[in-house]
Design a protein around this ligand. Structure first.
Ligand code: NAD
Length: 478
């Protein structure tokens, strides 16, 4: 079999030790791989490279398309950027996949039957990093959810479920509140789910979903969710499984993929030979399946399960009277190597299908988009912040086509007919609209009149309909 070339980064802290153990196991298993090594992390940051990745390493990472990465130490402060965020964005790694499984009784967990996979969207949502402060009192961040971004991750979750013989995909969102953004994610989930009748599909509001991850994780199978919820929930899931030190993680894109352990570089353990290499090894197993080397992945994973149940335990999971032997990092690697070709007797052996996961997006739908109004945001603190004073100043700025419909403050309608006793910040929104289509020129002219009325416009959001349906939220009280 032709060898495939991957990039390897040995990382910081315990990184070099657990990477050596992992590479030794891969070699002994006959994985047809060749390596290019790159140096990323602490030493590179110290040389003044703020991204932690030197320019020459980029070419190698992009050429090989598969990166096996040990944890790195991110220096505190100083404008350093997270390597993971940089790699994710630059390589378009849209899917973060984190299996969380309990290995009871070898690793204690309250949920022996837990075996869930969190599939987290990795590029969009609140992680776009578009934040502003436009008044003295109010800050904001932009939450971006796209149809192709949602379809990509949701299809990935269903394809993953099929490839790994899983039965159900659960979508988690907060679309009861965020009807546009999370509403789109949920809608696309329902559309995509219809094409996978063999896989059960369900949706949960993320708050009850989070409670389920924490309290009944054994009832979940594959979970797909947006970036922020997935970030939080995948850590909860890993902790609840009891196997933080044993879990791997994949960051997958259309062109490239990165595999790692979920834990960090544990600098205080570095050089002692006591670190558990299992997390990185699980990352490497996911990598082998991704590369179409399912047979080798299976061989490694089953040998690892066998070593675990034979009581060959590193210090972090060693228990007197239960474990057979406390082994070092390399001792554990030798124990796995000695069991290559064997199956676990107590734990369930794994079986991987020899397919990589491909995601094909549907063609973009044709939608009729129409401009119907504008929300004008203002910084205003005059007249004791009396909404009626602001409303009466804004009324004459409107026209028959673009009438002032309401003024809101922090999402609550305060004019006309606002409730007394509501706290008003210095951040106001005036909604102008009519009964139908308006022109961009009419909106610009309106802004000119608001400005001429001596009001400070801090931003605007156009209001559109899509196939006649509003592409904006109604206001509380509107
Ligand atoms: P950590 O995961 O490195 O360590 C937390 C504790 O977990 C350690 O003290 C150790 O007791 C235990 N532990 C972790 N990995 C282990 C292993 N393989 N075997 C046995 N025990 C293990 O988290 P931290 O201390 O918060 O972070 C240390 C550094 O790692 C920081 O600089 C952080 O930024 C970085 N980090 C990197 C990554 C990454 O590269 N993907 C992820 C998380 C943290």
């Amino acid at each position: 079999m032709d060898k495939q070339r991957i990039t390897v980064a040995r990382g910081d802290g315990i990184g070099p030790e657990i990477m050596q153990a992992t590479l030794d196991i891969l070699q002994a298993a006959g994985a047809p791989l060749e390596y290019d090594e790159i140096e990323i992390g602490e030493k590179v940051y110290e040389r003044g490279v703020l991204s932690g990745i030197p320019a020459d390493a980029w070419g190698i990472v992009q050429r090989n398309r598969v990166l096996l990465k040990a944890p790195i130490t991110t220096p505190q402060g100083g404008g350093y950027k997270s390597i993971n965020v940089t790699l994710r964005k630059a390589l378009g790694l849209f899917a973060n996949v984190r299996p969380s499984k309990a290995y009871v009784p070898y690793v204690s967990s309250n949920y022996p039957g837990m075996d869930l996979v969190m599939v987290r969207e990795n590029e969009e949502d609140l992680y776009a990093g578009i934040e502003h402060q436009q008044t003295r009192e109010v800050t904001q961040t932009l939450k971006l959810i796209s149809r192709p971004g949602s379809e990509g991750i949701i299809r990935y979750a269903f394809e993953y479920a099929r490839a790994y013989g899983r039965k159900r995909v659960t979508c988690m969102s907060k679309d009861n509140i965020m009807k546009q953004t999370d509403g789109l994610f949920h809608k696309v989930f329902d559309e995509v789910a219809a094409g996978y009748p063999d896989i059960e599909a369900e949706h949960m509001i993320v708050d009850i979903g989070a409670a389920r991850v924490a309290a009944r994780p054994d009832t979940l199978d594959v979970v797909v969710t947006t970036n922020l919820y997935g970030d939080i929930l995948s850590d909860v899931a890993a902790q609840v499984a009891g196997s933080v030190g044993l879990a791997g993680s994949a960051n997958v894109g259309r062109e490239a993929a990165m595999f790692e352990a979920i834990h960090g570089s544990a600098p205080r353990m570095a050089g002692k030979g006591t670190a558990n290499p299992s997390g990185l090894l699980q990352g490497a197993v996911m990598m082998l399946v991704h590369m179409g080397l399912a047979e080798t992945a299976e061989k490694v994973h089953n040998a690892w399960l066998r070593a675990l149940e034979d009581g060959m335990h590193t210090k972090d999971i060693y228990r007197e009277g239960f474990s057979r032997e406390q082994v070092s990092t390399m001792g554990f690697a030798e124990a796995v190597i000695a069991r290559l070709g064997q199956l676990p007797q107590q734990l369930t052996p794994v079986h991987f299908k020899p397919t990589g996961i491909q995601v094909t997006l549907s063609p973009a739908p044709t939608v009729n988009k129409q401009l119907v109004g504008v929300d004008v945001f203002l910084d205003w603190s005059e007249a004791g912040r009396d909404p009626d004073v602001l409303g009466l100043r804004l009324e004459p700025c409107g026209t028959a086509d673009l009438k002032l419909k309401m003024v809101s403050n922090r999402g609550i309608k305060v004019y006309p007919d606002g409730q007394p006793g509501i706290f008003h910040s210095d951040h106001w929104r005036a909604r102008f609209g009519g009964d139908g289509k308006v022109s961009a020129e009419a909106v610009l002219a309106l802004l000119g009149r608001v400005n001429a009325a001596g009001l400070e416009i801090i931003k605007t959001e156009n209001l559109y309909t899509f196939d006649g349906l509003p592409g904006y939220s109604a206001e509380l009280g509107e």
